[in-house]
Design a protein around this ligand. Structure first.
Ligand code: MF3
Ligand code: CO
Ligand code: CO
Length: 254
C-alpha cells in the first residue's frame, strides 16, 4: 500500500522535486559529442552538492558507485558513468535523484547527442508520450492498472515493447517505497489512487523485443537484442482533483 503524505511532507516533496528538475535543466548544455558519461556525473554531482545543497541518492545506494545513472543507446537503465565518450547520433538517459530535507525527488529524461537518426528520435518521442499518457491517468479513484494500461496501449500501438522487469515506485523519505508502478497492466486493477500519494512513472520502451539482461557490472541493464531503448521519468503527486508533476521543468506543458 502507498502511504499518504502529510501536507508538510508534500511541501518537502515539492522542493526535492523542483531541485531534481533543475539538475536536468542544468546538464542539457553539457551533452555533446566527445563528453564522457563520467564528466556528466561529475558536473551533476558538483551541482547537486555544491549549488543545491542536496545529497545525490544513487551514490552508494546498494553499492551504486556514482551520483547519477547514464544509459546510452541499447542500455535500458542504471548505466554507470565511466570513460565512454558520447558520439554524434547517440541517445542518452540521465537519471537524477536528489535528497533534500530527507525527501527524494527522482526524474530522468532523454537527450540527443548531435544529430540523431529518425528511428532514435521516434523512439525517444514515443517514450515521452507514453510517460505522459500514464501521468494523465493519475487521479483519485483511478487504479495503478489504469496507469500501466495507458502506457502499454500507447507503446504497443506504436510497435514498441515495454520493459517489464523494472517499474516506477512510491517515493518519499525512502528512495523506493511501495507501491510498484508497473508500466503495463489492465484497467480497473491494482491499488486505488488517493490524494497525498507520491510515486514515479518511468517507462522504458524498446525499439525491438522487451527482453533485457544485466551486464556483469551488476547494474547496467541492456536490451537482449541490442535494440535502442529510451526512458523518461517524473515524480507525481496525486491531488484532490488529479495530479501534480513534482519534477516538472518550466518548458513542460502538463
Ligand atoms: N533513479 C533510479 C530510479 O528511477 C534508481 C537508480 S538506483 C541506482 O528508480 F542505484 F542505480 F542509482
Ligand atoms: Co525512479
Ligand atoms: Co530515477
Amino acid at each position: 500500500m502507498a502511504d499518504i503524505k502529510s501536507p508538510e511532507a508534500i511541501g518537502k516533496m515539492r522542493v526535492a522535486g523542483r531541485l531534481a528538475a533543475q539538475v536536468l535543466e542544468m546538464i542539457e548544455s553539457h551533452i555533446a559529442p566527445g563528453v564522457t558519461t563520467d564528466a556528466i556525473n561529475r558536473i551533476c554531482h558538483d551541482y547537486i552538492v555544491g549549488d543545491l545543497g542536496c545529497v545525490p541518492a544513487p551514490l552508494n545506494y546498494k553499492g551504486f558507485p556514482k551520483s547519477v545513472c547514464t544509459s546510452v543507446n541499447h542500455q535500458v537503465c542504471h548505466g554507470i558513468p565511466g570513460p565512454r565518450r558520447l558520439k554524434n547520433g547517440d541517445i542518452i538517459n540521465v537519471d537524477v535523484t536528489v535528497i533534500k530535507d530527507g525527501y527524494h525527488g527522482d526524474t530522468s529524461r532523454m537527450f540527443s547527442v548531435g544529430k540523431t537518426g529518425v528511428q532514435a528520435r521516434r523512439l525517444v518521442e514515443a517514450t515521452r508520450e507514453a510517460m505522459h499518457r500514464g501521468i494523465e491517468a493519475v487521479r483519485p479513484g483511478a487504479r495503478l492498472g489504469d496507469v500501466g494500461y495507458a502506457i502499454q496501449r500507447y507503446a504497443e500501438r506504436r510497435h514498441y515493447s515495454v520493459v517489464r522487469e523494472y517499474c516506477g515506485h512510491g517515493i518519499g523519505l525512502e528512495f523506493h517505497e511501495e507501491p510498484q508502478v508497473l508500466h503495463y497492466g489492465r484497467p480497473g486493477t491494482g491499488e486505488e489512487l488517493a490524494p497525498g500519494m507520491t510515486f514515479t512513472i518511468e517507462p522504458m520502451l524498446n525499439a525491438g523485443k522487451r527482453h533485457v539482461r544485466l551486464l556483469p557490472d551488476g547494474w547496467t541493464v541492456v536490451t537482449c537484442d541490442h535494440s535502442l531503448s529510451a526512458q523518461w521519468e517524473h515524480t507525481i503527486l496525486v491531488t484532490g482533483t488529479g495530479h501534480e508533476v513534482l519534477t516538472r521543468r518550466p518548458d513542460e506543458a502538463f
